[in-house]
Unconditional design. Sequence first.
Length: 230
Amino acid sequence: ESELFGIEGGVATGVEARRGKFELADGGTLFLDEIGDMDVALQIKLLRSLQEREVVRVGGQHPIPVNARLIAATHRDLEELVAQQRFREDLYYRLKGVEIQIPPLRERREDIPHLVRYFADEFSTREGIPAPRFPADVLAELLGQDFPGNVRELQNLVEAAKSLADGTVELDLLRSLMGGTEESRGPEPLDLEAVENRHIARILKLTGGNKSKAAKLLGVDRRTLQRKGY
């Protein structure tokens, strides 16, 4: 709540006043990822902020006007969550101004080479290392995957391959990261959390159980792995 709406100073010992994401996005755009995972109590406060175009900081009393464009994304079926009373119907229709359905990666395989190049260049720039080379056989292997975890799974795979490769990403390395071609081919009845856990387990195995190295490869901090039970 404090991340979205801000918090007043003195709410708790050592807490300083800070603006939330809505205030910071005033005059611009706020992107809320995985909106389907939001707690119901927070959904109520989000709905009020969208309707009134204002926020109240945690511990505050005075509304603060905000004018921000909101974009929300989720991999979940919000209509099903509404039917299960796990997502507020009024918030669903408030968010559903313009809806864009993005096909899963397996239905737009032509994007895979471009995404591989983008993620590899981005990772190389961030880490200050040369961009890797992905030979034709490696790209062909990637084009044959269904990627139940979609673009995030591909991104993690590219970054892990780049971290462990010596200039050129070899096919054997790629297959080891995917846990073998037979395991990774074809549709799997896995949700995103299961795919994420499987990938974390693979990276931990590759790093010999070193959580600090695994966290760096995954692009998270070590505390995130601990919160996930690793």
